[in-house]
Design a binder for this molecule. Structure first.
Ligand code: PLP
Length: 417
């Protein structure tokens, strides 16, 4: 079986962990929605930085500090370009998508007045739900939750009806981490902007897997994590429109985020914020992480995000076809049936087995998947899945042969072998 869009054999050589033997079997890593594996190029970029360039940034005139500063700044440019931002001014490096969404809520906190409305969807990850619930409670605003239809796509009619003059924020996931559903963010943004509402997009699953361009989507915020897109943990990004960042106050205060602070002995102080994005990056940042993140983005850009999407679509079509043909009596899957409208994610349950048992069985055969609520408990409750679901998710290094093994192991489980 040949994967036509990506040279997967070649790609796999870059990922040392794929040689791991787990429980006597060659690792099959299908937990990419939780985090991706890392190519040698990213591992080396971090190692090389610590071996050759390590110093604090923006603080020293010495050569190493200059080098580290330039590498860290350039990393912002690389990631900014990848998502179509104007430049580093619009891209804040932060720990992960969760922290980025919390920062978005902080930035917008003064904009939300009593009686205002914040629109979210039932398919949100907790990271794009809790900050908005909390903000609404604090400011006496209202949360509106948009439902999904029976085909697991968003109810766009309900969304259109829900957005009105009171809407201040529409916070929506670009790709559901459970259903894989890809939401039409461009269209949603158009509706929201007609009412001058801010559009915050959770790109934790979309940015690693499909082409994303903030200008084309015309969105105000985009949050994503480096670790889900071949980069290291502890580094992610918040894209935000420059005019919003200029207007808002930073959340974290401290070193490197001001141009100057002067205080008189009377207690009168004057602060001038630093240029963007440093105004929002107080303290010593994750310098090596940022450099590793940029290397991950270079890797994905070399492959081409259209190709990444196509490859996953192909894997998804293949897996769904085999499931429908061979396991449909005992296996329920949740998500749109059209592979072009969803990411490479299959959430499922096997009749008479709880999802954790399924995951443990697969692990005993070297296959890593996730089980539980996947930080989307309201969605699972809404679907009546009180034990959660099992989830297999694909990335650039996965193959149809791995899907074959996955299907065979599931078949053996239900056959009681
Ligand atoms: C859709 C979605 N949003 C947000 C997050 C949070 O990402 P992180 O844990 O990197 O902050 C995840 C993680 O799984 C996710 O899938």
């Amino acid at each position: 079986m040949i994967n036509i869009v990506l040279d997967v054999e070649d790609i796999r050589k870059d990922f040392p962990i794929l040689n791991r033997i787990i429980n006597g079997k060659k690792l099959i890593y299908f937990d990419n929605t939780a985090t991706s594996q890392k190519p040698i190029q990213v591992i080396n970029a971090i190692r090389d930085f610590y071996m050759n360039n390590n110093a604090n940034i923006h603080r020293g005139l010495h050569t190493l500090s200059q080098e580290a500063s330039e590498m860290y700044e350039e990393a912002h440019d690389v990631v900014a370009r990848f998502i179509g931002a104007m430049g580093r001014e619009e891209l804040i490096f932060i720990r992960n998508a969760s922290e980025a969404l919390n920062l978005a809520a902080m930035i917008l906190s003064d904009e939300v007045k009593p009686g205002d409305e914040i629109v979210v969807t039932i398919m949100e990850h907790h990271s794009n739900l809790l900050p908005w619930i909390f903000l609404a409670r604090k400011n006496n605003a209202k949360i509106k939750i948009i439902n999904i239809k029976s085909d697991y796509t968003l109810d766009y009619d309900a969304l259109e009806k829900a957005i009105n003059d009171k809407t201040k924020i529409v916070a929506i996931t670009h790709m559901s981490n459970v259903l894989g559903t890809i939401n039409d963010v461009k269209m949603i943004s158009k509706i929201a902007h007609n009412y001058n509402a801010y559009v915050v997009v959770d790109g934790a699953q979309s940015v690693p897997h499909i082409p994303v361009n903030v200008r084309d989507l015309d969105i105000d915020f985009l949050a994503f994590s480096g670790h889900k897109m071949l980069g290291p943990t502890g580094i992610g990004a918040l894209y935000c429109r420059e005019d919003i960042l200029n207007k808002a106050n930073p959340f974290l205060l401290g070193g490197d985020m001001i141009k100057s602070v002067s205080c008189k002995i009377t207690g009168e102080c004057n602060i001038i914020w630093n240029d963007l994005p440093w105004k929002y990056e107080a303290g010593t940042p994750n310098i090596a992480g940022g450099i590793g993140f940029a290397e991950a983005v270079r890797y994905l850009a070399r492959l081409g995000m259209e190709n990444v999407k196509k490859h996953e679509e192909e894997l998804l079509s293949y897996a769904l076809k085999r499931i429908n043909e061979e396991l449909s009596d005992v296996m329920d899957t949740y998500g749109p049936s059209d592979p072009s409208r969803k990411g490479g994610i299959i959430s499922f349950n096997i009749k008479d087995y709880d999802p954790h048992t399924v995951a443990m069985h697969l692990d005993s055969e070297g296959i890593a998947i996730r089980s539980g609520f996947h930080c989307a408990q309201p969605l699972h409750e809404h679907l009546g899945l009180m034990d959660g679901s099992a989830r297999a998710s694909f990335y650039i290094y996965n193959t149809k042969e791995e899907i074959d093994v996955f299907i065979e192991v599931l078949k053996k489980l239900v056959e009681g072998d």
